[in-house]
Design a protein around this ligand. Structure first.
Ligand code: 5AD
Ligand code: SF4
Length: 318
């Protein structure tokens, strides 16, 4: 398995052609040609945190906040499953809904629709994670964002990388399949720390990892900064595939947002094997503004990207 120096070499020096081919070869050997398509439901844009990079931060008073009602969440989940999504991903900002309310939704989706439920609702109390696990949720996405503890503290006022990692360990111990991941091109992030991000995903033995370029967002403290490059994000996707071959990796929405025509197909060609298609009702989705020009990837987009990358899917009604 590659160590830090080799990962740095993959990120910086390896010719793009051979890096991409190696990552694609490992992806096909480990995962086959099939691309999993998840149904993403962004059920609330309320958030108590103030991550410096994110448009949903609590202090951003310029966006309209929403929390979808239970019936709307369940109806959208049904649509996602009918269209061929293999899991429903329920995503929201942190700490602005009732844990029991979400447990009821999880119970309803797992019992009625028969698909796994993935949660992505941030750092929560162990008791809440337990409650949702008992209700039937069995996957959880919580990106570590950056493995550089000092940078993490700067970007997340009042929070620590240590607590983030503790949450990931608790989730694993409760029997969740766990997803982490990170951004590429954050202000103050070094290439060495991106190599460490990859090593951390391997050390945590994560089941899933989402890697996306940082995209500056208006109305946040990092609005004027430079964003991350799609090229470096793709190199990181490939390097993670080589370092941790069994991981499920999405071609992220951030990649699609930088290059709407080809971003996701490129992600698949560089080592990704998962896509997330949004089933968030459109008038809510327009307020889920994590960053500017966030793409809304639908099932048609997903199918097109998969076909363009020469891979296979089981999507219906498209
Ligand atoms: N650019 C790119 N990705 C972002 N995220 C949040 N803000 C941004 C941004 N400005 C990512 C974080 C978070 C995920 C839901 O979106 O990694 O975990
Ligand atoms: Fe909230 Fe997540 Fe945005 Fe941070 S990244 S402000 S936790 S929605």
């Amino acid at each position: 398995m590659p160590e830090r120096a080799e990962i740095l070499h993959l990120l910086c020096d390896e010719p793009a052609g051979s890096l991409r081919q190696e990552a694609e070869k490992i992806t096909l050997a480990q995962k086959g040609s099939h691309v999993f398509v998840r149904g993403l439901l962004e059920f609330s844009n309320r958030c108590k945190r103030n991550c410096l990079y994110c448009g949903l931060r609590a202090q951003n008073s310029t966006i309209r906040r929403y929390l979808l009602p239970q019936e709307a969440i369940i109806a959208s989940s049904e649509m996602a499953v009918a269209a061929g999504a293999d899991t429903v991903v329920l995503q929201a900002g942190e700490g602005c809904f009732d844990a029991g309310w979400l447990a009821d939704i999880v119970r309803e989706i797992t019992s009625r629709l028969g698909v796994p439920v993935t949660l992505s609702v941030g750092e929560c109390a162990r008791g809440d994670y337990e409650l949702w696990r008992k209700a039937g949720a069995n996957r959880y996405l919580l990106r570590h964002e950056t493995s550089d503890a000092a940078l993490y503290a700067k970007l997340h006022p009042g929070y620590s990388l240590e607590n983030r990692l503790k949450c990931l360990r608790v989730l694993s111990s409760l029997g969740y399949e766990v997803g982490s991941g990170f951004m590429v091109g954050l202000p103050g992030q070094s290439l060495e720390s991106i190599a460490d991000d990859i090593l951390l995903c391997r050390k945590l033995n994560v089941d899933m990892a989402g890697i996306g370029p940082f995209i500056p967002q208006g109305g946040t403290p990092l609005a004027a900064g430079q964003g991350g490059s799609a090229d470096l994000a793709l190199r990181a996707v490939a390097a993670l595939r080589i370092a941790h071959p069994r991981v499920n990796q999405p071609a992220t929405t951030a990649l699609a947002s930088l290059d709407p025509a080809r971003g996701q197909a490129e992600g698949l060609r560089w080592g990704a094997n998962v896509l997330m298609a949004s089933f968030t009702p459109p008038d809510a989705a327009k307020d889920y503004r994590i960053y500017d020009n966030k793409c809304r990837v639908n099932m048609q987009d997903a199918a097109r990207a998969i076909e363009e990358a020469g891979r296979t899917h089981i999507l219906k009604n498209i």
